[in-house]
Design a binder for this molecule. Structure first.
Ligand code: GLU
Length: 477
């Protein structure tokens, strides 16, 4: 995706960091200490597959250990390389600081096309990669906790957790070595949807502030807004589904590997996804919407909100000037290059930055890690007690009404909702909603109170760098 003459992904993240750090009063040397990546481990390992030894290259990069464990996903893609893993690890540091998850930043990747291998082969490859990382404490509940990213999901996380437990049979906290696991392996409700859900909560919070909405040249509520989503993977699919089904947005286009689907009346995201599941992940052949082969051109179509949810560098010097969306929310990590960011800002486009917009995933990962360390599901102790107290109140109101002949009756819908104690999913969503609101407000406060802060990205960096710096200072550095 990189247009020649543009900085690499890691350099792009560094340049964005520097835009913010030069507006801060950091002690000498601290700026560099925070910015640089602490270490990157590269491993090449062989696995006997299909009658021969296949060699794979993998990475685990640790950007900042100002808090431990460090946290960040493991990506499976042919495009994985050291520069990318380091950029993504840096973004994890800033993301975790911004949403107050007590982690440093890390990221891993394996150069592989997961579609080329069968399930049992992927299991062998994943277990071997995990083995290499575990024996160096690069997967460990107290030191480094991976999670899913592009090309990986619950299945891979289950293999990693199992591998860790085989190698650490007496570690009672073994399940906390990785997040994004299936429920049966210590996962948490709502983790799979979390990043997409976080994008929805971020947009809801943005639209609670008419002043901010006006900065993008928009007005009104989220309802009825025309949305284009690039990438219908786990993040893009959930964001598009929730925004269209729950907030009344119209998803007028989705972009995927084989082009784009367009429907000005709004696409049925669930139906599109079902179609993709039946058609090896392709959009072509979907009935009831126009299919065009040139997906990249659809990024430039008119809409209210553009959601790049696939990978880095899709909005670059080559297309930034033609992007019409007045509001972009970065559901992917690094979808806008440093140069493109500048062009978009000059055009007055508001960008809700990646480190905030897609932080829902790591937020719920944090809840999962806490659940694993506490060995109890959220809500297990409180749920029925909460229900009993609510019932007491409802019964008392009904008794009073009957005794006094007031003729009150509580609506059935109200009663049903009020009497329901919060289960794990409800608590996870509540914690995520609170996190997304609080982090937005921290960014917005800087954005509005400082003359020299032009955009939300710089505001986000200022909040994050400030928090990482405060941790270093309290350690006496
Ligand atoms: N891979 C996700 C991200 O980029 C999730 C990381 C995590 O949950 O640790 O934020």
């Amino acid at each position: 995706m990189q247009v020649s003459g543009e900085p690499s992904f890691r350099e792009s993240v560094d340049l964005m960091f520097k835009r913010a750090s030069k507006l801060m009063d950091l002690s000498p040397g601290l700026e560099q200490k925070i910015r640089v990546c602490n270490s990157t481990y590269t491993v090449r390992f062989g696995v006997r597959l299909r009658g021969k030894i296949e060699t794979f290259t993998g990475y685990r990069s640790v950007h900042s250990e100002h808090m431990e464990p460090v946290k960040g996903g493991i990506r499976y893609a042919l495009s994985v390389n050291q520069d990318e893993v380091e950029a993504l690890a840096a973004l994890m540091t800033y993301k975790c600081a911004l949403v107050e998850t007590p982690f440093g930043g890390s990221k891993g990747g394996l150069c592989i096309d997961p579609r080329q291998w069968d399930e049992h082969e992927l299991e062998q490859i994943t277990r071997r990669f995990a083995y290499e990382l575990i024996k160096r404490d690069l997967i460990n509940p107290a030191q480094n906790v991976p999670a899913p990213d592009m090309g990986t999901g619950e299945r891979e996380m289950a293999w990693i957790a199992d591998q860790y437990k085989r190698m650490n049979t007496t570690d009672i906290n073994g399940n906390a070595c990785v997040t994004g696991k299936p429920i049966a392996m210590g996962g948490i409700q709502g983790r799979t949807e979390a990043t997409g859900r976080g994008v929805q909560f971020a947009l809801r919070e943005f639209f609670r502030h008419p002043e901010d909405v006006a900065k993008a040249g928009l007005s009104g509520q989220l309802e009825g807004k025309r949305v284009i989503v690039q990438g219908l993977g786990n993040v893009g699919y959930h964001a598009a589904k929730f925004l269209s089904e729950e907030d009344g947005c119209k998803v007028v286009a989705v972009i995927e590997r084989d082009g784009a689907l367009l429907d000005p009346k709004g696409l049925d995201i669930e139906a599109v996804r079902q179609h993709m599941n039946r058609n090896s992940g392709l959009l072509a052949g979907y009935p009831g919407a126009k299919h065009v082969a040139d997906g990249a051109a659809v990024l430039e179509e008119a809409c209210d909100i553009l959601i790049p949810a696939a990978m880095e560098g899709v909005i670059h010097l080559g297309n930034a000037a033609r992007i019409k969306a007045p509001l972009i929310i970065e559901a992917a990590n690094g979808p806008i290059t440093y140069g493109a960011d500048e062009i978009l800002r000059q055009k007055g486009c508001v960008i809700i930055p990646d480190m905030y917009a897609n932080a829902g995933g790591v937020t719920v990962s944090y809840f999962e890690w806490v659940k694993n360390l506490s060995h109890i599901r959220f809500g297990r102790m409180q749920r029925r007690a909460e229900e009993a107290r609510s019932r007491l109140l409802v019964e008392e109101l009904e008794r009073l009404s009957a005794d006094q002949g007031l003729g009150w009756s509580l609506g059935e819908g109200f009663k049903e909702k009020f009497l329901q104690g919060s289960d794990e999913l409800a608590l996870v969503r509540s914690g995520l909603d609170d996190t997304m609101r609080t982090a937005y407000q921290a960014m917005r406060e800087i954005w509005h109170s400082r003359q020299d802060v032009e955009d939300l990205r710089v505001a986000a960096y200022i909040v994050s760098i400030g928090r990482v710096a405060a941790t270093y200072r309290s350690k006496g550095l």
